[in-house]
Write a protein that binds this ligand. Sequence first.
Ligand code: SF4
Length: 412
Amino acid sequence: MPLGLYISVPFCRTKCSYCNFASDVFSKAAYENYVSRVLEDIVNSRRVAAELRCALESAPEETVDSIYLGGGTPSVLHSSQLQRVFAALRAQFAIAADAEVTVECAPGTLTPALIETLLQCGVNRVSLGVQSFVDKESQSVGRLHNRTTVLGEISRLREAGLANTNIDLIAGLPHQSTESWDFSVAETIATGVPHVSVYMLEVDEDSRLGRELIAGGKRYHAHFVPEDDATADFYQLACERLTSAGIAQYEISNFGRLPTESRNHQSRHNLKYWTRQPYLGFGVDAHSMLLTDRREGCQAVRFATSDSLDSYMNRAPHTATPVSTQAALEESFFLGLRLNRGVDLQGLRQEFSPEMVGPFESGIRQGLDEGLLEQQGTILRLTVRGRLLSNEVFARFIADEITMGTGHVNPR
Ligand code: SF4
């Protein structure tokens, strides 16, 4: 099975108020040491895989068909640093000629020199953290770009041959209204990009804005954050508008233009997370999953680096979680249900066994009765309402808590 590679770059130009990731603003002097540390891990990847007894020595030698630089803001790295990362990956892994190679970029960083570097590194997909085309909204959460910058950079990317671009949007930003959100979605469609990600603002104590919202305060424009119901409505509106424009939803937060003869616009890299294909992550707070040979009831191993930059730089050991056959089945349900195509119950019975799938049937029936799930033949899917309450549905498929990592698939 082809492997995906993820490289985490935890540096940003500013810290967005809603951000709960292991990223921050550091001096450029820190970048060089970090890149060297990541390169060390890339070189050592076979040894780490062997120590964890997962997919053992063979996995890193498999062909790589996706590379994803996320974070953080990888586009803040110097050209020579990006080149060193890609050179190390190409030296250690067999990269398929048609591999999907994505770099997340902050609007406002895409200089002609950076675009040239991306092309030299073999990058063929760019993900832009736009979040909103309304300047007041993006600036209220600390973004440095404006609408004009974004549109100019998308044109520049297209002229350079990098038309395969994703735009990230966030529903629920401060000051957002139905009209302003409609405008952001319409602007996104008008750019002609083939892929869009739509996230709903997360309110949790791991971000400054989330803490302020929980405390009921006014800092970070918290009192201008729309109500949850309005945010859910924005999300639904985006689903409808994008679908009508031929950008079909294929996962809870992801939409791709319908496939053409030459390409499928769904993110190959992100699909690995939801379909349980192997991937290796490098850098701070980077998650990996490698398959095992299924000895001793262990189907795969998930492992992760520390989410503290200091600990990572000081070579803190990975945390590793073996994935039992039971856990693999649970993952197949709650990851597969993220996708609009759903899960094939018959396929799961064949892959695992009817006896293992049987105990999930009461939860499935409950989801069907509540209108959160729908079933067609043997295919089980979330309904539109189920997508809004997906965490509630997924909880019914998890017996024990499992360490999961999906890296960059959250809003950046
Ligand atoms: S949201 Fe993205 S750009 Fe903003 S601080 Fe977090 S990682 Fe950096």
